[in-house]
Design a protein around this ligand. Structure first.
Ligand code: NAD
Length: 346
């Protein structure tokens, strides 16, 4: 299927919602040789709209915003409905629960759509993660790339479960309070527990791995860089730290780091991403502290860090390939996406 895919026309992609996730999806689509970015949508002619134009992206806007863009002298290529006519698939990156309002439009226009983790699983009936269930979205009309934290849990827990069968897992998530470009959200002081328990992250993992017994709690912390998760998993048999490290070393889009090499916190992980010269200093991989992995009998303990702005981006690209039937082999899609985004093991 892979070579057939290359002979086929490029998949035409539109991005609805040009924020933290949408900007990155647009850039990642542009970096693939089997996809074409038709354009992105903006609701206001602000600095981000101008920056998108400067990158060469066509802008599509809601009917009610056309005049504001004209008044501001920001060039548009058409309305969002015009964009539907030119694309095979829309990646919906609007804020949580806004995507839901667009579902009927996508279906009516006959375009496929990918939603993000801010929407409920029930909106699409299929949720996506490259490592765990690529083929479930094969040819699908609608799918949903799960949230940043859930993507992190699936990338590591799926291969661990496959090898060692997880009886049950308990995860505490220390969440970043706001993204770096956001000056509205908080707290900027204090630690804020999510009191609605258990948190939604466990059921979200189960939307892809329904058999997994997993419970989660979360605390918001005054940081913008990354989330950190502490995982405690009960395995079906005794294992060893070395065995689990071997599994994680082979796991796609998982990067092992060590506090001994100076990576003591999320701050140094972001510094590493800058040093790697990644677009927007992104760390697409889930980062596990090698010296923070420990197995005692049947119990596995480890820490992992999640760059919330970017870990779901490669998944969106693979999801496009699965839904548009471009590549049947998940390994080939993952390798292609990773090469285009500069994700390698070193
Ligand atoms: P964001 O607020 O940064 O971006 C959303 C964009 O959509 C903004 O540019 C906004 O102007 C635009 N928008 C708002 N209403 C719109 C409308 N009616 N039509 C078109 N565009 C509209 O949000 P985000 O952080 O990029 O989140 C997008 C989705 O991705 C959410 O479902 C979120 O849960 C999910 N997600 C976010 C993160 C994260 O950490 N930021 C991580 C993973 C998944």
């Amino acid at each position: 299927m892979g070579h057939v895919g290359l002979l086929m026309a490029k998949v035409k992609v539109g991005v609805n919602g040009y924020g933290t996730i949408g900007k990155r999806v647009a850039a990642a689509v542009s970096a693939q040789d089997d996809m074409e970015l038709v354009g992105v949508t903006k609701t206001r002619p602000n600095f981000e709209a101008k920056a998108a134009l400067a990158k060469g992206y066509d802008l599509y806007v809601p009917d009610e915003s056309v005049q504001a863009f004209k008044d501001a002298g920001v060039e548009i290529a058409g309305t969002i409905k015009d964009m539907y006519k030119k694309v095979d698939i829309v990646v919906d990156c609007t804020p949580g629960n806004v995507g839901e309002m667009y579902k009927a439009q996508y279906l009516e226009a006959g375009v496929k759509a990918i939603f993000q983790g801010g929407e409920d699983h029930s909106l699409t009936g299929i949720s996506f993660n490259s490592t765990a269930n690529y083929s479930e979205s094969w040819g699908a009309q609608l799918s949903r790339v799960v949230s940043c934290n859930t993507t992190g849990l699936l990338r590591t827990m799926y291969p661990i479960d496959k090898a060692l069968k997880v009886e049950h897992a308990f995860v505490t998530i220390v969440r970043r309070a706001a993204d770096p470009g956001d000056s509205k959200n908080g707290p900027i002081n204090g630690l804020e527990p999510s009191v609605k328990l258990p948190t939604h992250h466990g059921p979200d993992v189960q939307s892809v791995m329904p058999w997994m017994d997993i419970n989660t709690m979360a605390v918001k912390a005054s940081t913008t860089l990354m989330h950190v998760q502490t995982v405690v998993a009960q395995l079906s048999r005794e294992s060893s730290t070395e065995e689990v490290l071997g599994i994680l070393r082979e796991a796609p889009r998982v990067r092992l780091v060590s506090s001994k090499e100076g990576i003591k916190s999320s701050a140094q992980i972001m510094e590493l991403a800058r040093d790697l010269g990644r677009d927007r200093s992104d760390m697409y991989e889930i980062v596990v502290w090698e010296d923070g992995v420990k197995v005692v009998g049947n119990t596995l303990y480890f820490y992992q860090a999640i760059h919330q702005e970017s870990d779901v981006i490669p998944e969106n690209i693979d999801c496009i390939r699965a839904m548009c039937k471009v590549e049947q082999d998940v390994k080939k899609s993952v390798a292609k996406t990773d090469k285009a985004l500069g994700i390698s093991r070193s």
